[in-house]
Write a protein that binds this ligand. Sequence first.
Ligand code: TRP
Length: 450
Amino acid sequence: MAKTKRDAFGSKIGIIAAAAGSAVGLGNIYRFPCELGNNGGAAFLLVYLAIVLVLGVPVMLSEFIIGRRSQANAVGSFKKLAPKTFWPIVGFMGVFCGFVILAFYSTVSGWTLEYICKSLMNGFHGKDLAILEQEFSDFHNMGWKNVMWQAFFIFMTGFVVFKGVQKGIEKYSKILMPMLLVILMVLAVRSATLPGAKEGLAFLFHPDFSKLNGEVLISALGQVFFSLSVGMGALITYGSYIQKNDNLATTALSVTLSDTLVAVLAGIVIFPAAFSFGVQPEAGMGLVFNTLPLIFNQMTGGYVFCLIFFVLLAVAALTSTISLLEVMVAYLVEEIHIKRKWATVFACAATMCLGVFASLSLMDNTPFVIGGKTVFDGLDFLSSNILLPVGGMLIVIFVGWYLGKKKFYEEITNGGQLKIRIKTLILFIIKFVAPLAIAIIFIRGLGLFN
Ligand code: TRP
């Protein structure tokens, strides 16, 4: 049977834009400040940056290699490269993990739509922290409203994914992500010049190493993987659309750099302002969603900036949800042989079924609590702190040990065409350093064998 030609990214900038679009999202602007605030500030930032470099880049590169070499989805790629082994299970785990992430990620994505409406109606104007906090919690208690926005967001994601890879994804991310970067820079300047901002900058940049412990390490590891979109095959799926002559190593590096830049910038936006307005760094969800309107209230042209910002945040979230849904859809289309349209409908519906519980679990007195955690937090913990690290570890082991040296060099140099001077070092990291480091952090972080 003749196979239809797979979609491919049209240009080099296309793949960087799409992968960066997947990476840059709520993970950078919402989750990163939350994790940093909950884990002691600057020390977390340092650990985070170290993990990005030593573990994030190699895992991303490994995913690109698996994807491009196999030209298949997260599960199919392992089936092709390692037939008759247990390796495809790693792909299944990835598809499942994508489903779990999308279920709670879409809750927060929905909030960005609520915030767009609110900024349109100038709904933050003149309000102080106490009022914003009250309104934020009132909003969570309107469960149906959260669910409605969430459903709408999943619908939009499905729409783009259904339209296909190249047309759907590439077009949007190229212009809008740089815009987000610019607006974050403007905000960072405003925030860092607020009265009392110094304390926030110190929290972000003066490390207190006594705050480091196993839990901080695993949170940082989880945040790195979450933010870079690695550990579950999203970038295997995207890698399968990369062309044979693209440089995988520099692509991974560019995507990682852009993603990390946005996260650090988000930190510089949030913390000085939070300290200035008296928002606790441990405030969790409110840290970002209440601090931002307060900054806009202190800006000339705040109304316009606020509106544009939340629109761009919604777009950043959308390019991320697209990559999550694409993992499920590509799997259903290529492995289960369902038509793309029905695969999209099915994946969206399934996500919504789980997602409803994530949204409703944020109401006061919610029944959706498991083992002391809300469903929302439980899904977040399961994916970021368990599934992604385990997935990431298996992915580097696969490339380093199963594919092996010859195929690794072949992929990273495009069959000898590119000179990558540090390829031996990269292989060493992928084979030994990364799997060991992930395993150690994972075991310590979960408090096993203490
Ligand atoms: N990286 C995205 C963010 O920071 C979220 C995301 C998209 C993701 N695709 C993923 C996380 C795949 C893990 C795996 O917002």
